[in-house]
Design a protein around this ligand. Structure first.
Ligand code: HPA
Ligand code: ZN
Length: 332
C-alpha cells in the first residue's frame, strides 16, 4: 500500500508556502539576511516544534517567516517545496501565501508574489507540475487590512487563482470578512477559508453561507452537526483535510482518533494535504502513510482521497480528466 501511495499522482490543495520553510533554509537565510532567530542549532529548532494548539504554532511560524526578505528567498522557498512535490508525485499544487506577514515587515507585495510565481513557472517548465496561487488574509487582523491587501492583489490578478482566510481561528469568525470576500468574488477569484479546524461547525456554516466559499480548509469539526454533514455531502463541498497538522496542533489526541475515515465513509468530499509540512513532520505522502497505518485505510479509500484532490482543484475539466486518467493508469 505504501508503494501505491507513492506511485499515485496527487494534487495538493492546502499548503502554506511559508509552512514549507525547512530549518536548514531558515538558518541559511537568517545568516544571509542578518535576521535574528531564537535558535542556535537545527536541533534547537526541531525541539521548539512542540505545539499545544494552533496559536502556539502560529507564534513560531510567523517568527520563522521573518528570514524571508528578497525575491530570491521566496523563489528558493518555493523551489524547495517543488522538489518535495517531485519526490511525492504531486503533479498539481495550489499553494497559499500570507502577504500581510511580509508587507507588515516592509517587504513589498511584488517581491513575494514574483518570487513564488517564477518558481512555479520553472516547476511547470522543468517538471510539468501545474499550480495555482491562493492569497490568504490573516483573520487576526482587521477586515480593512484585508481590503487593502485585496487592492494590492488586483495588479496580480492573472497570477492569483483564489483568496483564502487563515491564522488564529477562535474569535475571528468568517463573518468578520463578509464584505471583503464579496468583493473578491466580484473580482472573479475562487474562494476558500479555513473553518472548523479548532472552532466549532458554526464557522463552517458561516464560510459557506456568508462567504460563499468554493472549498473549506480543514472542516473536521463538521462532525458536530448532522445537518451540516448532510449538506456537505449533498453539495459535495470539498474539505481539504490535513491529518499531520491536526495531530501536531492537538485537534485530535491521536491518529486513531482522527475522523477523516468517518467523513469519507459518510460520503463527504475530503482530500489529504500537508498544511505546513516543515513544521508538522512530513509532506503529503507521509500524511497518507500515517493514515494508512493508524486508520486502516483501504486501497479504495486512498484512491478516492487522491481522486477527490483533483476533482476539488481549480483546474479546468480537461486537465482534471487528464489527471484522473493518470491515476487510473498508475493503478493498472
Ligand atoms: N490554520 C490557520 N492558519 C494557518 C495554518 C492553519 O493550519 N497554517 C498556517 N497558517
Ligand atoms: Zn492551513
Amino acid at each position: 500500500m505504501i508503494n501505491l501511495i507513492k506511485k499515485l499522482p496527487k494534487a495538493e490543495l492546502h499548503l502554506h508556502i511559508e509552512g514549507s520553510l525547512e530549518p536548514e533554509l531558515m538558518f541559511k537565510l537568517a545568516q544571509k539576511n542578518q535576521i535574528d532567530i531564537p535558535y542556535k542549532t537545527i536541533e534547537d529548532v526541531r525541539q521548539a516544534y512542540n505545539f499545544t494548539n494552533l496559536q502556539s504554532f502560529l507564534d513560531i511560524y510567523y517568527a520563522g517567516a521573518n528570514v524571508l526578505v528578497t525575491q530570491d528567498d521566496f523563489y528558493d522557498l518555493t523551489w524547495e517545496y517543488i522538489q518535495k512535490c517531485v519526490e511525492d508525485n504531486v503533479v498539481h499544487t495550489e499553494i497559499f501565501f500570507d502577504p500581510q506577514t511580509h508587507t507588515a515587515r516592509g517587504i513589498a507585495f511584488e517581491t513575494v508574489i514574483n518570487g513564488i510565481k517564477s518558481a512555479l513557472d520553472d516547476a511547470q517548465a522543468r517538471y510539468g507540475i501545474t499550480s495555482g496561487i491562493i492569497m490568504c488574509f490573516l483573520r487576526h487582523l482587521s477586515q480593512q487590512d484585508a481590503f487593502d491587501t485585496l487592492t494590492q492583489a488586483l495588479a496580480y490578478k492573472d497570477d492569483i487563482t483564489g483568496i483564502g482566510l487563515d491564522s488564529a481561528e477562535l474569535g475571528n469568525p468568517p463573518s468578520k470578512f463578509k464584505e471583503v470576500f464579496q468583493q473578491a468574488k466580484e473580482e472573479g477569484f475562487k474562494l476558500v477559508a479555513h473553518a472548523g479546524e479548532e472552532a466549532d461547525f458554526s464557522y463552517i456554516y458561516e464560510a459557506i453561507d456568508l462567504l460563499a466559499i468554493d472549498r473549506i480548509d480543514h472542516g473536521v469539526q463538521s462532525i458536530g452537526s448532522n445537518e451540516l454533514m448532510q449538506r456537505l455531502k449533498a453539495e459535495q463541498i470539498p474539505l481539504t483535510v490535513c491529518p499531520n497538522s491536526n495531530i501536531e496542533l492537538k485537534v485530535f489526541d491521536s491518529y486513531e482518533q482522527h475522523n477523516i475515515k468517518q467523513l469519507l465513509d459518510y460520503g463527504l468530499n475530503v482530500c489529504v494535504n500537508s498544511d505546513d509540512p516543515a513544521y508538522f513532520k512530513g509532506y503529503i505522502n507521509q500524511n497518507f502513510i500515517n493514515l494508512y497505518e493508524h486508520l486502516s485505510l483501504t486501497e479504495d479509500d486512498i484512491v478516492t482521497l487522491v481522486k477527490n484532490s483533483f476533482r476539488s482543484s481549480f483546474i479546468d475539466d480537461d486537465l482534471k480528466e487528464h489527471y484522473l486518467n493518470k491515476v487510473d493508469q498508475a493503478l493498472r
